[in-house]
Design a protein around this ligand. Structure first.
Ligand SMILES: [Fe+2]
Length: 567
């Protein structure tokens, strides 16, 4: 039985499962080349069908990640905001009218849209709750029979935080927190206050910057903006910091008199900005820990699954792993809304159709892949000279180039689902070089100097680096590097002595594992610097995308499967 899952607003995506196992999953942005693509994922859906070699008539069910008729709570919030200020009301209504007309009610036309575009079919269409889809995307692929589940994001239909418990094929809701109290919206509003852009997904920048600062403004944030209460709950005071006004870079007097004027886009980043980032980050972390202590009590499980955009906060995740009573963790690598397409398909399969669980998601390589011949054809079409080598020669050669300081665009196998490059669409470099982070950020990726870069490491080496075993194939948790190990790998250790590693298992990605091993043979260092293969655009999907990036950006060599091009 084939089931499709769809995400059709921001970060739109499609996932196809067969009998409960993922066949294909991809974000629309990779095809359209527009970051965070919003709109129906025609290309991603077509790709899923092609990957399985089926047509729409073979699909039994389609699950959508949203219930478009749940509008009442949002409308009520808009009305309530009118009491606070006219600007706030207007910001909500302007956005609300656009969303209801084009986006939400447009979803009701999806079944017809699909039949018109992909052909006739008698699939059954399911509208599913957003946070249930997030929860399903983590729990159903976690391998846990039962688990506590926390999902947190900007917002779903009305819910921003859902406490639930997974039991075999069911997800039971325990508690929900609704708008305007949203951890994701709080963090996005701070992102814009600091002169970045929430619509570009710049929340990463705030987290990166936070490591440089001290939480000097913690009390202000904790008392006036995002406060916790004794009931494992939290409260956002939108009179002080409002997400909708922040979208237009408007901030309350209460905020600017405490923190000063917001930073203008492009203005120099100074210590005060680092301190504001550090304060907001710490308030977020402390609130998260408070909520999770409540979830632990209510769910009665040592396992924790997480999804939703807030679960991308890898620094917060590090504290969750060390400071909560939970013992085992699963964080969905596509924690954002793209992952809801997977959750929607799985909800239909397990909860609606009551089918048993057997699948565990151990990797994210579910996107398009290209054969050696297709890569060679693309290189020839671009007029590039290349060498074709078997792995016994290719891997030692690339490892040696990296050890000598080269930056390599590395393209192999199927593309990753989710925002992280995990060794199949990656820029690779030597983690020992102290200038490598600046070189990559400034010269290759054309982005801010402070963005941390992360390592891909042999799974076996985790204990040596962190002092305890660690398993994270999805690069989603930040942890402390042993002090004596930091100096040797400066390019992948953040200013506060932490790193966000991907552990690479031999049985999951043997070729990438072998490449890192070759690098270890030469240098004694069992890891490589890994950052996503893209320059100011979505991660490359095809050989053509990789070649285009190679022609525009300054890095030293391009590897497409078993072909290598030197600059
Ligand atoms: Fe979401």
């Amino acid at each position: 039985m084939y089931i499709l899952g769809l995400t059709t607003l921001g970060d739109s995506a499609a996932t196809l499962i067969k009998d409960g196992e993922i066949v294909a999953a991809a974000e629309e942005e990779r095809f359209s080349r527009r970051k965070h693509h919003s709109g129906f994922p025609y290309n991603a859906m077509q790709y899923c069908l092609n990957e399985a070699g089926i047509g729409i008539a073979d699909v039994g069910h389609i699950g959508l990640y949203w219930k478009p008729w749940v509008l009442r709570h949002k409308a009520l919030q808009a009305l309530k905001s009118a009491v606070i200020s006219r600007d706030m009301f207007k910001a909500r209504v302007d956005r609300g009218v656009a969303q209801v007309g084009e986006s939400y009610l447009g979803m009701l036309r999806h079944p017809r849209r699909i039949r018109e575009h992909f052909g006739n079919s008698d699939f059954k269409f399911h509208f599913l709750e957003h946070h249930q889809c997030h929860a399903a995307s983590a729990f159903f692929v976690s391998g846990f029979d039962q688990s506590a589940i926390m999902t947190w994001d900007g917002t779903g239909e009305d819910t921003t935080t859902l406490f639930s418990r997974g039991d075999d094929r069911r997800i039971h809701r325990l508690k929900r927190i609704k708008l305007p109290h949203s951890l994701g919206q709080f963090y996005s509003a701070v992102t814009n206050y600091l002169g970045f852009d929430m619509f570009e997904g710049d929340e990463w920048k705030v987290m990166g910057l936070a490591a440089y600062g001290k939480p000097e403004y913690y009390d202000f944030f904790a008392k006036r903006v995002l406060s916790i209460n004794g009931n494992h709950d939290f409260h956002v005071d939108i009179r002080v910091l409002d997400h909708h006004l922040a979208k237009y870079y408007q901030f309350s007097e209460a905020l600017t008199s405490a923190l000063g004027a917001p930073r203008a886009k492009g203005e120099e980043l100074v210590e005060k900005h680092w301190n504001i980032a550090a304060s907001a980050q710490k308030v977020l972390e402390d609130t998260a820990l408070h909520l999770l202590s409540g979830l632990y009590e209510q769910a009665g499980s040592d396992n924790l699954c997480m999804a939703g955009g807030v679960a991308f906060n890898s620094v917060m995740n590090g504290r969750i792993m060390t400071e909560t009573p939970f013992k085992r963790f699963y964080i969905q690598p596509a924690a954002g809304d793209a992952g809801c397409s997977l959750g929607a398909a799985l909800l239909v399969w397990h909860s609606r159709l009551n089918q048993p669980r057997k699948f565990r998601m151990e990797h994210a390589y579910y996107g398009p892949g290209f054969s050696s011949e297709e890569c060679a054809a693309a290189l020839r079409a671009a007029g590039l000279q290349f060498q074709t080598l078997p792995d016994e020669q290719m891997l030692p050669r690339v490892a040696a180039m990296l050890a000598e300081g080269a930056i390599v665009g590395w393209f192999q196998g199927r593309m990753e689902f989710g925002p992280r490059a995990l060794g199949n669409r990656s820029f690779l470099a030597d983690p020992r070089r102290s200038d490598m982070r600046e070189l990559l950020n400034k010269k290759v990726k054309l982005r801010e100097w402070f963005r941390p870069l992360a390592p891909s490491m042999l799974e076996e080496a985790a204990e040596e680096l962190f002092g305890h075993p660690h398993y994270d194939p999805f690069m989603i948790t930040v942890l402390n590097v042993l002090e004596e190990k930091r100096a040797n790998i400066p390019a992948v250790v953040h200013v506060d002595g932490t790193a966000r590693p991907q552990t690479v298992s031999r049985h999951i990605n043997p070729r990438y594992w072998q490449l890192i091993s070759e690098f270890e043979k030469l240098t004694g260092v069992p890891l490589l610097l890994n950052t996503s293969f893209n320059v100011q655009e979505p991660i490359v999907l095809s050989p053509e995308d990789a070649i285009k990036t190679f022609s525009r950006a300054s890095f030293d060599a391009l590897v497409l499967e078993n072909h290598i091009v030197h600059r």
